[in-house]
Design a protein around this ligand. Structure first.
Ligand code: NAD
Length: 410
């Protein structure tokens, strides 16, 4: 039996919580257009479409997209990593070579360790040796690491060339490929060097998700659950109700989930393309999440750290009188039910270290930490009143064995 339950979207209600009425009206009109063709989401800036997200189960609709890109006289370089190249590069290569004048490939070792300026330099060299000019394009085939690095190289090579996102991890499909944030790590500092550079197209081939291992798939669920928690309680409930189908990667459930998450990301990045305001809400779970990621020396995956960060932020929301204990316990259990970690029991790193790294994080405004808290489930707010003591207490909490018990004690 198919355990997947489609549900009517209630994005309008969520939007009203987020923004002024005139913006809601503008986006509602966009939503009507989107519903007419639910496999395509158009991202706009100042009401002008800048690129589309196309969602498909294979590469068939991609052919039309390639025609529209008018690649005939252009060179393309497909950038990917060592894992994805073995699984999905040949397939894409076969398709693109019929459309572009020349197709080059650039493969780097998989993993966050490669997201550096050194890898970008190798890519520049490849592009220079292949005489790439401003008319030529990069295709990013891979997860967030490939997308961020390729986007940054595209933003800077010859002061900017076009690029396409072809995300292959769940995290990249619903998050990193959308919104134009590109960049690389610098020494131990994550995403410290970067640029905003919008892709020409985001093409999501859902078949790619079938080759992801379970841990990587659930890693992406961290960002998916975040979307529900910050903006859309109905979506959050839908995710819980369809947990089994999602974890089995039922194609219909995946399609609806990726589409709904992409729409939430679309709404936020359209209102605030350069993260001056509301886009910061997407950082729910990331302030402590980034500290955990760094101090655990990247042994935990990004979405896993964000999961622990979300539990922390939920707890801080309780401390600030927004959520109650039951909400925090329920959020913790939901994350755990998607195989995401919710505590940090295996570390002897002092809690003060997490605090120190938090205050080194680039989201710190003066001496105030910009924390994203939940006013209620489905409604996140920016808060700058979280004290150092609150953060320390929270870290102490997530280092206990059973977080829900720890929360009840406090
Ligand atoms: P990743 O790119 O390292 O991919 C994870 C692993 O999965 C890698 O080993 C990769 O080779 C493998 N993989 C990718 N696709 C596969 C597939 N279809 N089948 C099998 N294996 C596959 O990591 P990620 O989680 O996709 O992305 C994390 C990165 O994204 C971080 O660097 C983070 O900073 C960045 N990020 C950027 C943004 C943004 O807005 N730009 C947002 C969130 C995260």
């Amino acid at each position: 039996m198919n355990s997947f339950t489609p549900q009517k979207h209630n994005i309008k209600a969520a939007l009203h919580k987020l923004m002024p009425a005139d913006s809601v009206c503008r986006i509602e009109k966009g939503m009507v257009r989107m519903m007419q063709n639910t496999n395509r989401i158009s991202i706009k800036k100042d009401n002008t479409p800048i690129y589309d997200i196309v969602l498909a189960e294979d590469y068939n609709p991609f052919l039309k997209e390639l025609e529209a890109l008018k690649l005939a006289g252009r060179k393309v370089c497909i950038v990917t990593d060592s894992n994805v190249s073995k699984l999905h590069l040949n397939n894409l290569l076969e398709i693109v070579k019929d459309y572009a004048r020349v197709v080059e490939t650039f493969t780097f070792p998989a993993g966050e360790d490669s997201k550096t300026l050194a890898t970008v330099e190798f890519l520049y060299e490849k592009l220079i040796q292949s005489n790439f000019d401003r008319n030529d394009m990069l295709f990013a085939l891979g997860g967030g690491v490939v997308g961020d690095l390729t986007g940054y190289a595209a933003a800077t090579y010859l002061r900017g060339i076009a690029f396409l996102q072809i995300p292959t991890t769940l995290l990249a499909c619903v998050d990193s490929s959308i919104g134009g944030k590109t960049g690389v790590d610098f020494k131990a500092y994550k995403n410290m060097v970067g640029a905003f550079h919008q892709p020409r197209l985001v093409y999501i081939n859902l078949a790619h998700l079938n080759t992801l291992d379970d841990r990587q798939f659930c890693n992406g669920m961290g960002e998916v659950i975040k979307h529900g928690l910050i903006r859309d309680i109905e979506y959050y409930e839908w995710l819980k109700g369809n947990r089994e189908a999602i974890l089995k990667r039922d194609p219909q459930a995946l399609k609806e989930m990726v589409l709904r998450s992409c729409k939430i990301k679309q709404m936020v990045v359209e209102i605030d393309p350069t993260e001056k305001g509301v886009r910061a809400l997407l950082n729910f779970g990331h302030t402590l999440g980034h500290s955990i990621e760094r101090l655990m020396e990247f042994k935990l995956l990004h979405g896993e750290c964000v999961s622990i960060g979300m539990v922390s932020a939920a707890y801080l929301s309780q401390v600030h009188g927004y959520l109650n204990k039951d909400d925090v316990t329920e959020i913790t259990e939901t994350l755990s039910s998607f195989n995401l970690p919710v505590s940090l029991t295996d570390t002897d790193i002092p809690s003060e270290e997490f605090l120190r790294v938090c205050f080194h994080d680039k989201k710190v405004d003066g001496n105030l930490i910009k924390f994203i808290l939940l006013k209620e489930k489905g409604n996140a707010v920016i808060d700058t009143s979280v004290s150092r003591e609150d953060i320390l207490e929270t870290v102490n909490c997530i280092k206990k064995t059973k977080l829900s018990e720890a929360i009840c004690e406090n």
